[in-house]
Design a binder for this molecule. Structure first.
Ligand SMILES: [Zn+2]
Length: 410
């Protein structure tokens, strides 16, 4: 391998700044959900950039976009996503797609001899604006079912078939996308950390060793609505107090018995929701995460036991249903070894880190050795116009991605 192989940081930065203009919104952020007008314009621009780099451009039935350098044997892939949440930032996803493009561009310019094919990828709707997280990468890996993509409305009020209308894609093409997948050897994703650890540790590089799995549950306590002035405490069946008790006990249990795993209640509604009535019903979301499949299962069971225990002692009913789940992923030692080795050769301070957020790399892990490189983001902020990175960190992350891809495909 060319030992001084490096990305062109100015060219990479210019690409990221250009992509951020598609969907720039009035609040200074980026609103670019998949198949919005801004996304369609960004897709056309990305395909042009891939062609300009001399790569073969391809789009599959799920709208995933690829740029390829042919080689013998299996395919080594790098990528991420260019869709954003509404009023998101400039870097979540886009750094991974455009750094992958820059890496392939450099490998092509250097005419590196390849023992494998190389592809960069931009996956559709990673953010789950349409029908659940990771639509594109799940379609790519054949992990979608028909019900899931046809049922219900997206958060924009229209169904997925309606949103796909006019894009040249259909529900059938989305469901068939995995048939176009090349035989994969490995996948790498560069991404902002979306947390405070690298910044706190003053490390420009995080080498991800595990990605959290999650369980999303929609839960409720049901008691009895009664008059706030006339019902004595011992006769109340206050659903909100059940929830409050559960919120404290459940999160304390996770923090003490399973430190590193997380329990979060992010959305709450209390009914009837008026001044003068003891709440008869409390509905809430429950987000449980862990990097260990065993811990995730145990923590979920223990948390639900706590909820049932609280319900029985307070005269309430507890109910919950699973609405989404992803499995935790351990990054294979082969990938961690290559990235740590190259990080050392580049002279960068890197540290191993776990990802608490989900990523396309986690979905790709179903079919190949999959790994991630994190770079810091200011104050750990993401999904916000305040997302910010240090360009010097991005250059380091992209150089490590480049060296990692050259090793895997060389
Ligand atoms: Zn992302």
């Amino acid at each position: 391998m060319t030992m001084d192989l490096r990305v062109d940081p100015g060219r990479l930065r210019a690409d990221i700044e250009k992509l951020s203009t598609f969907g720039r919104d009035a609040k200074g952020g980026v609103s670019r959900p998949s198949f919005s007008r801004a996304d369609l314009e960004a897709r056309a621009w990305l395909k042009d950039r891939i062609r300009d780099a001399g790569l073969a451009v391809r789009q599959d039935g799920a709208g995933n976009i690829f740029g390829r350098i042919e080689g013998p044997g299996k395919t080594v892939m790098a990528g991420s996503h260019i869709d954003t949440v509404l009023n998101g930032g400039d870097y979540d996803g886009s750094v991974g797609v455009l750094a992958a493009l820059e890496c392939l561009r450099r490998i092509k310019e250097e005419s590196l001899p390849l023992a494998r094919a190389l592809e960069m990828a931009s996956f559709t709707d990673e953010e789950g604006n349409l029908v659940g997280d990771f639509l594109g990468s799940r379609a790519f890996m054949g992990l979608l079912d028909r019900d899931e993509v046809t049922r219900g409305r997206t958060q924009f009020g229209r169904s997925l078939p309606e949103i796909l209308d006019g894009t040249g894609l259909t529900v059938e093409s989305v469901l068939a996308a995995s048939g176009e997948r090349p035989d994969l050897d490995a996948f790498l994703e560069l991404h902002i950390e979306q947390g405070p650890i690298l910044e706190t540790e003053e490390a420009p590089i995080g080498i991800v060793e595990a990605i959290s799995g999650k369980k999303y549950r929609w839960c409720s306590f049901t008691g009895k609505a009664s008059h706030a002035g006339t019902t004595p405490p011992e006769l109340r069946q206050d659903a909100f107090l059940g929830l409050a008790d559960f919120a404290l006990r459940g999160t304390r249990h996770a923090a003490i018995d399973h430190y590193g795993s997380m329990v979060t209640i992010g959305k709450v509604s209390v009914h009837p929701g008026v001044f003068s009535t003891v709440p008869g019903r409390a509905e809430f979301s429950l987000d449980i995460r862990s990097v260990s499949a065993e811990t995730l299962a145990a923590l979920e069971a223990e948390i639900l036991d706590i909820a049932r225990d609280i319900a029985s002692s307070r005269g309430l009913k507890f109910a919950s249903r699973l609405v989404d789940a992803t499995e935790p992923v351990r990054v294979p030692p082969r990938i961690i070894g290559i990235l740590e080795d190259e990080c050392g050769k580049l002279g960068y301070r890197g540290m191993r880190i776990a990802s608490g957020a989900g990523h396309d790399a986690q979905i790709l892990a179903a079919g190949c050795d999959s790994g991630m490189i994190f770079i810091p983001c200011l104050d750990g902020i993401s999904h916000s116009p305040d997302e910010s990175i240090d360009w010097a960190d991005l250059e380091k992350g992209a150089n490590l991605l480049l060296r990692g891809l050259a090793r895997l495909a060389g």
